[in-house]
Design a protein around this ligand. Structure first.
Ligand SMILES: [Zn+2]
Length: 163
């Protein structure tokens, strides 16, 4: 699988282990019939530094990085605009990109989602898209959420270290 150096350096195994190793917190969920499972793990938004801009991600996808292409194509579908130019993208979506993990509740979700986020000017994260990571007979596949009809499965050599 063709990948850029930024995607090749992404250690998904360490991310998942670090997310799971966080001290569980109260879920904050309440209800008459609900007992808090106290197993919420907060998000890790800025785990792996990725491209400096959205346009950098787009160009890497165009140069042939299959993982960048997955991120780019999953995200750009969410833009409700016909003429998306690089100038508009640079002006509208400022901030460095990071790979990370979503917050998650163990009894509900079992594992965090892998997120592509952008650090915006106030230091917080704007999640661009989320993916489910799963292992299948010796390989790691990731697929976009929630589009079942549009599942793109990419085998990542960098992620094969999980097996
Ligand atoms: Zn890439």
């Amino acid at each position: 699988m063709a990948m850029c150096h930024l995607c090749s350096g992404f250690d998904i195994r360490t991310l998942l282990l670090e997310s799971a190793a966080q001290t569980p917190e109260s879920t904050g969920l309440t209800g008459r019939l609900y007992s808090d499972t106290n197993d919420y793990r907060p998000p890790i938004h800025f785990f792996h530094a990725h491209h400096d801009t959205i346009v950098g991600l787009k160009k890497s996808a165009e140069r042939g990085c299959q993982l960048c292409d997955l991120f780019w194509s999953a995200w750009v579908k969410t833009i409700n605009k016909a003429d998306v130019t690089e100038e508009w993208l640079d002006k509208t979506f400022k901030g460095k990109l990071y790979l990370g993990a979503s917050g998650w509740i163990e009894v509900r979700q079992g594992a965090p989602y892998i997120t592509l986020s952008q650090r915006i000017s106030n230091g917080t994260a704007r999640t661009l898209c989320s993916f489910e990571a799963f292992a299948d007979r010796g390989m790691i596949l990731i697929s976009p959420i929630p589009s079942v009809t549009n599942i793109i499965q990419i085998i990542s050599q960098a992620m094969a270290s999980l097996c």
